[in-house]
Design a protein. Structure first.
Length: 203
């Protein structure tokens, strides 16, 4: 087994690292350099033709990609702690919030990153106006999450879950590209402080 990783600030492989840390699991890893374009190298494209990390090569040579799919694989092998939930309602709620964060926050954030950041200007043709048009969408999604966290310690359950992992990596990547949590969102800020204090957040 070999996990193809990329170091901070890449949010997607970080999600798997946090997940593994919460499970107390250690998996062989190798880093792929995003700045040097190693994602598009012939060698890595043989592993993941999409040219994306993370990727997990299993012992039989099968390759799993997509963050949540990799985490589900490990969760089924090592069910404690149950980061995807227990019982129909909790599992559905965690899945709902994971998708909400990925779609409502992650997608506009990705467009801001791709079309406005100086780093990505070296890699693709940018449409800056389109990128900037996604800022209000991302900010609206942050407000939605801030309101949902009122009176809650964690996002989707009474315990830390995959939804919190996805939200943490999203919020931290947003801060990296210049979109910190606004002061007028104290609930989201307080949540961020709590989950960032977990040892797994350093993974």
């Amino acid at each position: 087994m070999l996990f193809y990783n990329a170091p901070m600030p890449a949010p997607n492989p970080r999600r798997v690292r946090i997940f593994l840390a919460e499970k107390g699991l250690s998996v062989p890893m190798t880093d792929i350099s995003i700045p040097t374009g190693e994602l598009r190298s012939e060698a890595f494209l043989k592993i993941n033709p999409l040219g994306q990390v993370p990727a997990l090569v299993l012992d039989d040579g099968e390759v799993l990609t997509e963050t949540v799919s990799i985490c589900r694989y490990f969760d089924l092998l090592h069910p404690e702690p149950p980061l995807f939930g227990v019982g129909a309602e909790e599992i559905a709620r965690i899945d709902m919030w994971t998708r909400r964060v990925e779609l409502r926050m992650g997608m506009p954030l990705s467009m801001i990153w791709q079309h406005t950041h100086p780093f990505t200007a070296r890699l693709l043709r940018q449409f800056t106006e389109f990128g900037e048009s996604n800022r209000p969408r991302f900010e609206e999604a942050m407000r939605f999450v801030d309101a949902a966290l009122a009176g809650r310690e964690f996002l989707a359950s009474d315990r830390f879950s995959m939804a919190d992992i996805v939200l943490l990596s999203t919020v931290d990547f947003a801060a990296f590209i210049g979109i910190p949590i606004p002061d007028e969102m104290p609930t989201l800020k307080a949540w961020h402080g709590r989950v960032s204090a977990r040892p797994s957040a350093q993974a």
